[in-house]
Design a protein around this ligand. Structure first.
Ligand SMILES: NC(=O)c1ccc[n+]([C@@H]2O[C@H](COP(=O)([O-])OP(=O)(O)OC[C@H]3O[C@@H](n4cnc5c(N)ncnc54)[C@H](O)[C@@H]3O)[C@@H](O)[C@H]2O)c1
Length: 312
């Protein structure tokens, strides 16, 4: 089935990988983004007759409402993403991550499909063995996680909604985010050769940006049987601690050194082993391993370096 899809925040890290995939699958895609990072990450799809783009803010009703009217499917990716950015702009975070999504839900018809990434940041430490499933209690601490949890509740009132609680995403994308854990540590390994770890035994779950794009396509194909549900999405063989992640990176960057020191604290105290059994039971299989993603990042960083205020 071919859909008219509205992707808000489509020029971001997830969107700039997902939008070309949706176009390749034959869908008509409209991106609404305010391009807050001055990113030109969709240049390579402008030639496509099924691609349209609107520069605008998801908080403005007169912008979002007419675009929603034309869509069969809405994929809301626009957000101020991550706890640090939300602490820098708490008012912006509430209006973008919460209020604008409430506004979008107000304009959603019962027939329209909405596929939304939320986060598994809110699982905190899971049960006594740090395990968690979609049924586990949520204990969000940061404003980012609190608002994502709140909005997921509102979202799930809608019969055609699916929420994907994504693990920490990694891999190269046209809009790059080197603040994400795997991307960050690999960047440091390549350019600094060392990293100082805090809470090094804390376990997290990870997923490749292309597998995120794939799970959204999977949901479009299997929507009837998946709708109205929440799914964790991550690599089942990559529930690894920060120290183990560094060991994975060291296999490919042999002179990478990591040391431990109490220099920080995770804002959401994430330390969990996530079960992805529910999404796997729908027939979804990830394709990109952690090691493959690290190899890809090492290649990609040959082209990317934060050297705005330096000569090299
Ligand atoms: N990357 C991850 O690890 C991860 C994990 C779980 C969930 N998510 C969720 O996935 C979504 C996308 O994340 P991302 O990693 O691609 O982030 P990103 O920061 O790369 O992308 C966000 C996009 O939204 C746009 N945007 C921000 N405010 C806007 C506004 N008011 N109006 C219009 N556009 C606006 C930005 O320009 C950007 O293109 C977010 O909802 C995020 O919470 C991401």
């Amino acid at each position: 089935m071919i859909y008219n899809i509205l992707v808000t925040g489509g020029a971001g890290y997830l969107g700039s990988t997902m939008v070309p995939d949706l176009l390749n699958a034959g869908h008509k895609v409209t991106v609404l983004d305010n391009f807050m990072f001055k990113q030109a990450t969709l240049n390579h799809v402008c030639h496509h007759p099924n691609f349209s783009v609107v520069k605008g803010d998801i908080r403005v009703e007169s912008v979002i409402a007419p675009l929603m009217k034309k869509a069969d499917v809405i994929i809301p990716l626009a957000a101020l993403v991550g706890a640090p950015l939300c602490s820098l702009d708490p008012v912006g975070a509430t209006t973008v991550n919460h209020d604008a999504i409430t506004l979008m839900l107000k304009h959603l018809s019962r027939e329209q499909i909405v596929l939304m990434p939320t986060t598994n940041s809110a699982y905190g430490t899971g049960d006594e063995n740090n395990h968690c499933t979609e049924e586990s209690p949520l204990r969000p601490i940061s404003q980012y996680a609190i608002e994502k949890v709140g909005i997921e509740k509102e979202l799930m009132q809608h019969p055609n909604a699916i929420s994907f609680r994504l693990a920490t995403v990694f891999g190269m994308s046209p809009r790059m985010r080197i603040d994400l854990l795997v991307n960050d540590f690999t960047y440091r390994a390549v350019y600094d050769r060392f990293v100082v770890l805090f809470e090094s035994h804390f376990k997290r779950n990870y997923v490749h940006v292309r597998d995120v794009s794939r799970v959204f396509q999977h949901a479009l194909i299997n929507h009837e049987k998946m709708k109205g549900q929440i799914y964790n999405v991550g690599l089942s063989d990559a529930n690894v601690s920060k120290k183990e992640l560094c060991e994975h990176i060291q296999k490919q960057v042999p002179n990478f050194i990591f040391i431990e020191a109490p220099v920080g604290k995770d804002p959401d105290q994430r330390n969990y082993i996530v079960s992805n059994a529910k999404i796997e039971a729908t027939g979804f299989k990830t394709e990109f391993s952690l090691d493959r993603g690290i190899g890809e990042l090492i290649k990609g960083y040959t082209m990317i370096r934060n050297s705005l205020y330096g000569n090299v």
